[in-house]
Design a protein around this ligand. Structure first.
Ligand code: AMP
Length: 393
């Protein structure tokens, strides 16, 4: 299967080749033809599977089609709003999607991609909403604000995409999403990506999508993450945990690492501690202003930041292929977040290492994670830093 045989325009294929992609991934091979045929999609696939391109490419095909149609040319002064609306849970993911759209759409004439997310000032967003606009990527809360003030024109949306729909519902966005969907033309196409379509997210999908929806399930949370080696190191106490962390971070195999904490305070404290030790480190969490978060992500991509200390929500969309290690310094609150965390490494076909530093009190969470992934995580020890008690069963 090639990108041409999936039915993509030459301008997009050229951009994909320039991005170094040789062949479509599984999710792309299944999603793209169905989306191009106009079907709604319900996609379950893990991060790293190439799902962003699976919806961005069909979206760009719609933009290209409109470029060929003289009737679609906006009249002078007319505000048409976007053709494509992508809803995402976090600002980081919106940046990721915007980057993908601009990259795959680099040979599309006058492509306009805009993000409208919380935590950034309104004026630039208001201006962008009134300018010619192809693809709008938004977090639901901020878009609702713009709808409320009458500034967001959504009557020409041809395609609605909900990325990480389960996450948006976890964050309490259900009513916002329904309200946004009500503003859109009924005949639009709706693509949804979610780790699960069980429960509430499935009911939302039923309400938003047509009956002949195409269901695409590539892998589920029980997949083995074969390119990511996983291990648990048991620590007696916090000092022991710090000693293990220090040992891991001085390993020559660490190119870049993400260290996860359970709380924002822990992220700041740990980043300070590692900074004092001479690491190039930065914290990333939802309590930081957006400008600073952007700079941290930029620093990570440009490799000025070698170690990122992050909380779960902030780290969701991070896609940096040179992350070799994920270290769980504090455990996640939900087993599924463990899977999202370790997915920050082993990107784009590389291998990665995920190490969980656990104390006795973490036993029940470790059990839940193993139950969720249906895989035991092997126990590892560092010579000279063995725990004083044997590992729990
Ligand atoms: P995603 O699952 O959308 O987060 O994408 C995971 C990573 O795979 C990103 O770094 C993409 O740039 C990369 N990627 C997406 N599609 C392809 C492809 N067909 N070939 C190679 N890499 C890809």
């Amino acid at each position: 299967m090639t990108f041409e045989t999936l039915g993509l325009d030459e301008a997009l294929v050229r951009a994909l080749t320039a991005a170094g992609y040789e062949n479509p991934t599984d999710v792309q091979s299944r999603a793209i033809p169905a989306a191009l045929a106009g079907r709604d999609l319900r996609v379950c696939s893990n991060t790293g599977s190439g799902k962003t391109a699976a919806f961005v490419l069909p979206a760009l095909m719609k933009v290209l089609a409109a470029r060929q149609d003289p009737a679609q040319k906006p009249k002078k002064g007319e505000v048409r709003g976007p053709r494509i609306l992508v809803l995402v849970p976090t600002r980081e993911l919106s940046m990721q999607v915007a980057k993908a759209a601009s990259s795959y759409g680099r040979f599309v004439n006058y492509l306009s991609v805009t993000s409208v997310v919380g935590g950034v000032p309104y004026p630039a967003q208001l201006k962008a909403l009134r300018s010619p606009l192809d693809i709008l990527i938004a977090t639901p809360g901020r878009l609702i604000d713009h709808i409320g003030s009458g500034k967001a024109v959504l009557e020409n949306v041809e395609m609605l995409v909900l990325d990480e729909a389960d996450r948006m519902l976890d964050m309490g966005f259900i009513e916002d999403i329904e309200h946004i969907a009500e503003q859109l033309p009924a005949g639009r196409q709706t693509l949804m990506a979610s780790a699960t379509f069980a429960g509430e997210v499935g009911r939302l999908a039923q309400r938003l999508q047509k009956d002949d929806v195409e269901r695409i399930e590539i892998t589920n949370h029980t997949e083995k993450h074969e390119n990511i080696s996983q291990e648990i190191m048991w620590a007696d106490d916090l000092d022991h945990k710090h000693a293990l962390l220090d040992h891991i971070l001085t390993d020559r195999d660490v190119d870049q690492a993400v260290v996860f904490t359970s709380t924002q305070i822990d992220a700041d404290r740990l980043a300070d501690r590692l900074n004092e030790m001479g690491h190039s480190v930065a914290a990333l969490h939802g309590g930081m202003p957006q400008g600073r978060r952007n700079r941290v992500l930029q620093g990570l991509r440009s490799r000025h930041v070698r170690i990122l200390v992050a909380t779960d929500v902030a780290a969701r969309g991070i896609d940096v292929p040179t992350i070799t290690h994920v270290i769980n310094y504090g455990l996640p609150l939900k087993a599924e977040d463990y899977v999202h965390r370790i997915g920050r490494t082993g990107r784009a076909g590389r291998s990665g290492r995920a190490i969980t530093l656990a104390e006795r009190r973490d036993v029940s969470m470790i059990r839940r994670i193993q139950h969720y992934t249906t895989l035991p995580i092997p126990v590892a020890v560092v010579a000279g830093l063995e725990p004083s008690r044997p590992a729990p069963d």
